[in-house]
Design a binder for this molecule. Structure first.
Ligand SMILES: [Zn+2]
Length: 393
């Protein structure tokens, strides 16, 4: 038995200097994050936000959904289990190498679970299969069958399965209520995009009643400051909100976690930490709590044995510029010397694989005369542009 000693640590969101905790061997870190970062909302199969994203803005999510010009046939990509699971695997790989120890993923359940299992040393995962009353998307009943089958595989606290209603505007009220009943009967969580550029708390009460509800609801985006029913917690995605709508939620109250939304295009939560920090000056501990413990709290996941250890100073971690040297999940080292313990890949290598997989998605499922490499490069340049253009707080 030994100790991890850290010059500075972020422990349950609080910055402390001179920190020591038990570990199976002696280890020294300049910065230690306990537990590691959480990413409360990620779509592993999003490889294309649509033409013109980054150059124009939308009013709200429904405006975006109805007018965006996708260059990838999403239904066809979702049906491609091989490529969809590859994108999921790369999402989990990137997340770990960026210091994320818990990630909640929406999209196709089978693809996400397969990618997670294949990595053989992944972050804790919350699988939230998306249901939508639209062509190419599964119903609550279909998801319930798959979720019950898969749940038996995941009974070790490293993963759980819930359900994700795409949004109030794309699912019938019966489907939203069916999703809640399913989540309640499985004693799990339900997620949904809510109030993304448009106030929806009133509509939520119309559909589900005034609350409190029998399940915890992770409401993703919540750009509007509204009074939400008890038990509904926000997962804020500040970077994609700014990219699409030019604005994000101002207040941290009601927000329990952050999400990256498009992890393959934008990177995961710790990469954009500078954004919520600059949007909420003077709230260091509150932002850090949400960026680390927040995801664990909202999805009710254990965190014992999770950490990310850095050779770099805490300022670099807060700027989103540092990458961990070691990452442990449930007491098992999954990143060792900056590389995936199971596979040996570095973050630069995984990023190159991501660029290839995105180009492949454009190649195999592209719409119109899209040039795969050019489209992939364009999609991958979003973060840098968005962060440069982000409005001053
Ligand atoms: Zn989303």
């Amino acid at each position: 038995m030994g100790y991890i000693e850290a010059e500075t640590a972020i422990v349950f969101g609080r910055v402390v200097h001179g920190f020591r905790m038990r570990w199976r061997e002696d280890l020294w870190a300049k910065t230690l994050v306990v537990p590691g970062f959480s990413d409360g909302h990620a779509h592993p199969q999003v490889v294309d936000p649509g033409a013109g994203v980054g150059a124009r803005r939308w009013r709200d999510s429904y405006h975006w959904l109805s007018t965006r010009r996708l260059r990838v046939d999403e239904a066809s990509l979702r049906a491609d289990l091989r490529l969809s699971s590859r994108l999921a695997e790369l999402t989990f790989a990137r997340a770990l190498l960026e210091g994320v120890t818990l990630i909640a993923v929406t999209g196709r359940l089978e693809a996400n679970v397969e990618g997670w299992l294949r990595l053989g040393g992944a972050p804790r995962a919350v699988f939230l299969p998306t249901v939508m009353d639209r062509r190419g998307w599964p119903s609550v009943g279909e998801v319930a069958v798959a979720a019950r089958r898969i749940r038996r595989l995941l009974a070790d606290g490293l993963a759980r399965v819930g359900v994700f209603v795409h949004s109030l505007g794309t699912a019938r009220p019966e489907s939203v209520r069916a999703a809640m009943s399913f989540a309640a009967s499985e004693r799990t969580v339900m997620g949904m995009h809510l109030s993304e550029g448009v106030a929806e708390a009133g509509r939520l009460r119309e559909v589900l009643g005034p609350g409190p509800y029998p399940v915890r609801i992770a409401a993703v985006h919540c750009t509007e400051s509204e009074d939400l029913p008890g038990g509904v917690y926000c997962v804020s995605c500040p970077l994609s909100n700014i990219i699409l709508y030019g604005r994000t939620r101002k207040s941290l109250s009601g927000v329990l976690a952050f999400g990256s939304d498009w992890p393959l295009l934008l990177g995961t939560v710790p990469r954009h930490l500078s954004l919520p920090l600059s949007l909420s000056p003077g709230s260091l501990d509150s932002v850090l709590y949400r960026a680390t413990m927040g995801g664990y709290r909202i999805y009710n996941m254990p965190f014992q044995g999770d950490f990310a250890a850095y050779d770099e100073g805490v300022e670099r971690v807060l700027m989103g510029k540092a990458r961990p040297r070691f990452v442990a999940v449930a007491g098992r080292m999954v990143v060792d010397e900056g590389r995936l313990a199971a596979r040996g890949y570095s973050l630069a290598e995984v990023e190159a694989m991501i660029a290839d997989a995105i180009a492949e998605a454009f190649e195999e499922h592209g719409l119109g005369d899209v040039k795969p490499r050019v489209a992939a490069r364009e999609a991958l340049s979003l973060t840098r542009r968005a962060l440069l253009e982000a409005p001053a707080p």
